[in-house]
Write a protein that binds this ligand. Structure first.
Ligand code: PRT
Ligand code: MG
Length: 224
């Protein structure tokens, strides 16, 4: 899993997802002297050039970032702790918590659902989530019996149409919950995005990678 794919040894590929991770990584790249020359929101290209000919950025789904880095198709990438936890992160070096794309993993219910009472009564809860592992662990720790229903998106809908009693989802402003008459009843954990590095790249391309890692580290600490 740790081999670097057949790519020139003097090139670096950074894997990012569109949206908040791309946007919040840009200032860190700038701090490392790297400017991405095209906007993934308007460009259809999946490989974006930067001002450094040896550095390119690839745009992939958020959940696919660790896969590209694990196989060495990208040398490094940025992924949420939620994604790394849920999909495993073997063979990945995680040197820096970038403190970006901050949110929390929470339990939410419909406003009129009495969560505490359901727990007191030992009810079996139906939980809809994309984060099956984290949800299972959370309720097991609390000794609550659950049936978990795996969804791939729009978790907020599930309690509204009777698919589940509870959801486990990411919350940042809380606006999505509010707009759908849901309330947060428990915070499971804080989530931020991490820099992940292919272990072989770290050894073989250390000279090129290290200054970028250092700049990222400094920029993410000072932006606190
Ligand atoms: O959106 P898409 O299906 O393409 O992929 P994705 O959801 O995997 O990617 P993206 O870009 O939406 O999220 C990438 C990473 O950003 C996640 O893995 C998280 O680590 C992080 N992040 C930070 C978030 C949020 N904040 C967030 N608020 N990811 C998702 N959300 C969603 C949440 O699921 C909910 O539906 O936004 C909604 C709630 O937002 P508020 O502000 O209304 O509370
Ligand atoms: Mg999303």
């Amino acid at each position: 899993m740790n081999q670097t794919a057949e790519r020139p040894s003097q090139e670096l590929i950074l894997a990012l997802s569109k949206g908040r991770i791309f946007e919040e990584t840009m200032p860190l790249l700038e701090a490392a002297g790297i400017t991405v020359l095209e906007d993934p929101e308007t460009s259809r290209k999946l490989i974006l050039p930067t001002n450094k000919p040896q550095v390119r950025v690839i745009i992939v789904r958020a959940t696919d970032v660790p896969t590209y880095v694990q196989y060495g198709a990208a040398d490094f990438g940025v992924a949420g702790k939620d994604v790394l936890q849920e999909n495993g992160s073997t063979g990945l070096y995680q040197p820096i918590d970038l403190q970006i794309a901050r949110c929390r993993l929470s339990v939410a219910v419909k406003k009129d659902f009495d969560y505490e009472k359901a727990i007191r009564q030992g009810a079996r809860l139906r939980v809809a989530s994309k984060y099956v592992q984290a949800a299972r662990e959370h309720f097991a720790k609390k000794g609550i019996h659950v049936d978990i229903i795996k969804l791939y998106g729009s978790m907020e809908l599930a309690p509204l149409v009777g698919l589940s009693d509870v959801i486990v989802d990411l919350v940042s402003t809380g606006n999505t919950l509010k707009a759908n008459n849901l309330v947060e009843v428990e915070q499971i954990q804080e989530i931020t995005s991490r820099l992940i590095v292919n272990q072989a790249s770290l050894k073989l391309k250390r000279q090129m990678l290290q200054p970028i890692l250092d700049a990222f580290k400094a920029a993410s600490t000072y932006s606190e």
